[in-house]
Ligand binder design. Structure first.
Ligand code: FES
Length: 251
């Protein structure tokens, strides 16, 4: 996040409301975002929604009910420029466009222009700027800071359980129990059945954490997310969390 941005910062957009058939309704929807946090590194996700609503009502007292709440992920390179070009160290024919920092429409258009030239063996004047294998000295302090932050997340290998008692996990909730490699991500579904997974992220082996708002297992290291049953929702992990036992025990 650029240092010039307020933290937490907020952003708004006005959208015409439509019904399910696409007919315009006679009111607008105010879309408000912010209260961002690193994936897997916040335990107060519900409070963040409360703060976001309070911020909005203070500035837009005419706002009525809250229609929807959701959260998503924004991928931000340390120098805030997207990665558009040949996949570093990858196959000769793999081209990428990622790291949009929330500007996917703009970067998608830029990627269409640059990649069209590159795949045809031509050069483009912007390609060096967005080169995925670029190294920018200016970004080094931020890069170091990010890596320290990631390293800190591995402390979860040595800490204890989020809850000592599986019975305390309510339907629709999850918690990590155990220690080290033996840490288990336990989810209790709405019917009360327990689903046990290895809590070790399949990307680079950080310990995942339960996201109570989105009902996902989130990795605090590089942002992988898994659904309550371990299926990958967001990379970089491409393999799901391993089931610890076949059982879906009721406790
Ligand atoms: Fe989990 Fe990298 S270790 S995303």
């Amino acid at each position: 996040m650029p240092a010039s941005r307020r933290n937490p910062y907020h952003y708004i957009r006005l959208q015409t409301a439509e019904d399910k058939t696409g007919h315009e309704l006679d009111y607008d929807v105010l879309i408000v975002g912010g209260e961002d946090h690193k994936t897997g590194q916040a335990v107060d996700t519900d409070e963040r929604f409360v703060r976001l609503e309070a911020w909005t009502r203070e500035r837009f007292p005419m706002a009525e009910r809250v229609e929807y709440r959701w959260s998503g992920q924004v991928i931000e390179p340390v120098d805030y420029m997207a990665y558009i070009g040949k996949n570093p160290g990858g196959d000769e024919h793999i081209w990428i466009a990622t790291g949009d920092s929330g500007n996917g429409m703009t970067h998608g258009t830029i990627a269409g222009i640059i990649l069209n030239e590159l795949v045809q063996g031509r050069k483009h004047q912007w390609s060096r700027l967005y080169d995925p294998s670029r190294v920018r000295l200016r970004a080094t302090p931020e890069f170091v800071k990010e890596n320290v932050n990631v390293a800190e997340q591995y402390k979860d290998w040595f800490t204890g359980s989020e809850t000592g008692d599986v019975a305390a996990i309510k339907p629709g909730e999850g918690a990590v129990i155990g220690r080290g490699r033996g840490k288990i991500a336990v989810y209790r579904d709405e019917r009360g059945e327990l689903h046990r997974l290895s809590a070790v992220c399949t990307h680079l082996y950080c310990i995942v954490r339960w996201n109570d708002t989105e009902r996902t297992w989130d990795c605090p290291c590089h942002g992988s997310r898994f659904d309550p049953y371990g299926k990958v929702v967001n990379g970089p992990a491409i393999v799901g969390l391993s089931p610890v036992s076949q059982g879906r025990k009721k406790e």
